[in-house]
Ligand binder design. Structure first.
Ligand code: SF4
Ligand code: SF4
Length: 374
């Protein structure tokens, strides 16, 4: 099982799509859902409890999460020293990576770091100076011996030219990534659609950009005999190549990937903090292998690509922050993505037949926090 450990609800950044949106979303309520808005700011349970909980699952993987988890360096150290987990990972904005001693950083299996693309775009979304600081920290941890997977985690919305920024992250002079995933800021906030330009952008920029990017990805395989870990493409192509289908969320939310709140209660995904109706017990007495499962409902269960998509997002499916018509634009992006990968699959198969690449190159640690369906 995978667990996001929410160490704090606080953050040291004020990103447009998170802090900014949250401000605009303040007066929105979740109608009939009961939300606990009074969670402790920092994890307040005993590390021993977490250890005992984790030991019940030999494959327990813990991912530090927030807010910004690196605001809690001492707690991270205590947990890494005191909890028996199969792997530790972290999702961070990267600004404080230099604060955690390298003997801990080097133990991470994977680090997911928020970078939105080129410097100007990252700083536009995340604040001036963010890009430089993050890149300098990434260089530092590599110099200090971190050799695990480093995944760029992009948040994507109207200012993003997806092709240009992913291609840039793959190859640039500052810091190149071979692992990248992205998530569309779409369907997560209650009143943003009307003031945004999502329809035009998704149809005229994002969808064509994705098609171009899939070609770029396969061209790269042809030229270099290597498969870039562009997670949405990797996950979908792996399904096509291996014949695997899914009716379960690819992020694992609600069935294999849960989150532990700062008060020790367990929720199906980190975005669902405080949603009392969906609590799956408390780490003091829950069995990680027997947690209540939560699945997506309509429209996903009636969708003809559910077996490949898996439902995109449990939080969005439950809260329905965007109306049916608005959310169907998001589903159009999913269809476009799946279709784009399907169209390039014969070329991928040919490269496999020629021994240029193999199915193994498409394998990855599932549920590691990378979105396959952005
Ligand atoms: S495309 Fe949309 S409706 Fe279909 S399964 Fe995915 S999220 Fe659900
Ligand atoms: S995709 Fe949705 S359900 Fe899955 S982890 Fe992200 S917010 Fe949660």
């Amino acid at each position: 099982m995978f667990f996001h450990v929410i160490l704090t609800t606080e953050c040291n950044s004020q990103c447009r799509y998170c802090f900014g949106e949250a401000l605009d979303d303040m007066d929105e309520d979740f109608s009939d859902l009961e939300i606990d808005y009074s969670l402790p700011r920092k994890a307040n349970y005993d590390v021993d409890l977490l250890d005992r909980f984790c030991r019940k699952d030999p494959d327990c993987v813990l991912t530090f999460y927030g807010g910004e988890p690196l605001l809690c360096v001492d707690e991270i150290k205590r947990i890494m020293d005191g909890v028996k987990a199969k792997h530790f990972m972290i999702q961070t904005n990267g600004l404080l990576l230099d604060r955690l001693p390298s003997e801990y950083v080097n133990r991470f299996h994977t680090i997911l770091v928020s970078v939105d693309g080129e410097e100007t775009l990252t700083d536009f979304y995340r604040g001036e100076g963010t890009f430089r600081k993050v890149v300098s920290n990434l260089r530092l941890i590599r110099r200090n011996g971190f050799d695990g997977e480093l995944i760029a985690r992009m948040t994507v919305m109207e200012q993003t030219d997806i092709y240009r920024h992913v291609a840039w992250l793959v190859d640039n002079e500052d810091f190149s990534f071979s692992s990248i995933h992205w998530q569309l800021n779409a369907g997560f906030w209650g009143n943003d659609f009307a003031r945004r330009d999502f329809k035009r952008w998704s149809e005229e920029s994002y969808n064509p950009g994705i098609r171009e990017l899939v070609k770029f990805w396969v061209d790269y395989m042809e030229k270099n005999g290597a498969v870039l870990r562009l997670y949405p493409f990797l996950g979908i192509a792996h399904s096509f190549l291996s014949g695997e289908e899914t009716s379960l969320l690819r992020c694992g939310g609600g069935w294999i990937n849960y989150a532990i709140q700062t008060d020790g209660y367990i929720v199906p995904c980190p975005s669902m903090w405080g949603m009392k109706d969906y609590y799956s017990g408390h780490i003091s007495n829950a069995d990680p292998l027997k947690l209540k499962k939560v699945f997506v409902d309509e429209p996903c269960t009636k969708c003809n690509i559910f077996h490949i998509c898996g439902g995109r997002c449990l939080y969005a499916n439950i809260t329905k922050r965007w109306g049916t018509e608005e959310y169907s634009l998001v589903c159009d992006t999913v269809r476009n993505l799946i279709d784009a990968v399907a169209k390039e699959t014969p070329r991928i198969r040919k490269l496999m037949e020629n021994g240029r690449i193999s199915l193994k190159d498409f394998e990855f640690m599932k549920y590691n926090g990378s979105e396959i369906i952005p």
